[in-house]
Design a protein around this ligand. Sequence first.
Ligand SMILES: Nc1nc2c(ncn2[C@@H]2O[C@H](COP(=O)(O)OP(=O)(O)OP(=O)(O)O)[C@@H](O)[C@H]2O)c(=O)[nH]1
Ligand SMILES: [Mg+2]
Length: 450
Amino acid sequence: MSHRARDLIDRGLDRHIRLAITGLSGAGKTALLSGLLEQMLYANDSSALPYWRVAKQQRLIGARLVPSSDWSIARFDYEGAVNALTGENSSWPQSTRDVSEIRIELKFKPVKGLASKLSDSRKVTVDLIDYPGEWLLDLPMLAQNYQQWSEQQSRLSEQGARAEVFAGWHNRVRESMQLEGDADETIRRLARDYQQQLQRCKKEFGLYFLQPGRHLLPGELADAPALDFFPWPTDLDLPESWGELLQQKYHYYQQQVIKPFYKSYFQDFNRQVILVDVLTALEAGEDALSELKLALTELMKSFEYGNNHFLKRLLSPQIDRVALVASKVDHIGPDQHAALRQLLAQLLQNSRQQLDFERIEYKTFSVAGISVSQAGQLSDGTVVLDGFDHDRQRVRVGAPKVPATWPNKKDWQIGFAYPRFYPHFSSVQSPLPHIRLDQLLDYLLGDKLE
Ligand SMILES: Nc1nc2c(ncn2[C@@H]2O[C@H](COP(=O)(O)OP(=O)(O)OP(=O)(O)O)[C@@H](O)[C@H]2O)c(=O)[nH]1
Ligand SMILES: [Mg+2]
């Protein structure tokens, strides 16, 4: 029997969970994944995880990393991440460049049902996947043809900060149309130009809805002809020969780049974390926050949600439980966590409607995968955060506020700023500190560990 088939049967029997951490670039996926593994592997010390019931009730017998069923995918470098965080020059793990996967096996004492009578221990395996956030945003392109994609992107490019970035590029497209020349070569040049503008959108303006993702992080496709396309500005007439080429490239990108990525990693999971770094978007300003909302709304349309019916689950597993998670909550004081969750819920309003409609269970959380600050309160009631700055010097800052609803004009003018703390851990400090990962673990895995 193939590994995949066995995974599916195990899933039907509640013995296998495939958890997707869905988040854009920089959302904190790698840190969260490392934090979740860290907490599960050290869960025997139940005092650190009071809200993970299986640990709290001392029913967790053990957790260990085991080989993945798919032998062709790189293993997620959990040890590398922990080494980076706890090494001599403690630092955050690098931004992810490729896909990797890791499997953890949890052995526990069942509490109820037949299982508890038949045996005194059971196993559940959990698969976790890490990948570059840039590639995720390509998924909505699967549901659009070249024309629809071009229309959407053209509309976007006229708004806010994008208008400034793309004005010059638009002129260069128009000028190129007047020139005689090899269509292939011209399109290649304009595509590279477009790629640079997308990179500016990210670096200079912190924007989010950036497609195609491989223009930002090409991976093995660096300089490949597959990337020689861009959305056509719909106010210009598209020359027929160019149109054909652009459409072919777009189609190729859909079929050969996005689809395999989607099929391998996103079609097949049954639990999902939607991870959002709301604080960084607030800092970047209104254009960024609006684009984050749009990007998340479009992205959520790519996932299949469905009820957890036994047969259906066996044949085509679908997502039956979703955690909507605001990341890096150690940048603010505990008194602001509820406001952050409220703003996250507003940001994901359209997605929540979709989940409600499909009757999928979801819940909002605010967590820190790896917490690098400590909150405290001064005698006058001021909330402060203690941590380490870039030079690893101790710093104490007043904890900033988070708006619970979409900020108004005046708030945007004043702007938002959140402190940056840096990891400063020793190699003997395990498990690494976190905020609320026990609640998240209980929500995502608790029912399978009963
Ligand atoms: N304070 C704090 N910062 C965090 C936390 N998680 C992530 N960060 C910060 O956010 C950065 C990005 O986090 P990653 O985990 O690399 O984000 P990612 O989603 O994996 O990003 P890509 O790999 O680029 O897709 C880190 O380098 C840290 O600076 C957290 O729990 N607390
Ligand atoms: Mg990463």
